[in-house]
Design a binder for this molecule. Sequence first.
Ligand code: ATP
Ligand code: MG
Ligand code: FE
Length: 343
Amino acid sequence: RPILGIETSCDETGVALLRWEPQAPGQGLLAHALYTQIKLHADYGGVVPELASRDHVRKLLPLVREALAQAGLTPADLGGVAYTAGPGLVGALLVGAATGRAMAWALGVPAIGVHHMEGHLLAPLLEEDPPEAPFVALLVSGGHSMLVEVQAVGRYRILGDTLDDAAGEAFDKTAKLMGLPYPGGPALAKLAASGQAGRFRFSRPMTDRPGLDFSFSGLKTQVLLAWRQSDQSEQTRADIARAFEEAIVDTLLIKCRRALAETGARRLVIAGGVGANRRLREELAAAGVSDGFKTYFPRLQFCTDNGAMIALAGAIRLAHGQQQDESVQVFPRWDLQTLPPAA
Ligand code: ATP
Ligand code: MG
Ligand code: FE
């Protein structure tokens, strides 16, 4: 029976219905619906936690109804409920967790709290030709930049992490300091496409020494100086955006190659919001062809937050008999490595 997936960890309300199909999980996706709060937070230049929680309260149940209608199902058809239990904003998480847990209790079906980053990491399984473990995952989102060795679902070793800004955060902050409206990441990437190559060059942080950690906050400062000293024309903004994007993509590529060499893995999964970046997708795919590793990406709409990835991660764990007790628990901070293996 279909699993309801609920995502409310930050500023998108995501809902999906997924029937568990072990061989081809994407074929079990029956419906998904998303509401983004971007407009709500735009005036503030960032997510306002209390406004986020309240808006999830308003939007979640209508979205659940919408997804059920899309799939031609009623609540009584559900076989389980999966919701994001962390990491994320505590109030926002509580909306999804309380709603999901209460629905499961009322319907007499199991519920499971899902780790948001496990959701991102497993999202490529919803595509055709899903990756098989072991693989290396590059998780690049608004709050995380990590390289993870995935031995199996739930068996994760963090190979590298960010010491300061996450990749998506670097995109957003850099966009902001060049005057782009919130949320800047995708706008900066779009601008980069019309930028001239070679006019600016920024460093590839922490690639000159061994290790798999990232640091992107220095790059932001380099951009700020370049921008301040420039003529600040539209073309210059695009040229700087281009050089910034190249520096991030190149840095991620260098570290991915290292992680693959270190682990001996032949498969690379890319996930999280920055995984929607076109240059990143192209460069990693090209490196895979020349180096002999295979790359796996979620479709663009499943790179950023969505309910489908939560339904999937939850469905895998529910299929192996895991479930959450009747208490409503969320974990604003939650180490991926402490998750139990799924099987
Ligand atoms: P986390 O998953 O770490 O909790 P989050 O859920 O806020 O953070 P996601 O929804 O996965 O993050 O991704 C949003 C981030 O992705 C934003 O920082 C945004 O700027 C970035 N992003 C989205 N599209 C692009 C793009 N095309 N190029 C670069 N960055 C992008
Ligand atoms: Mg978001
Ligand atoms: Fe996310």
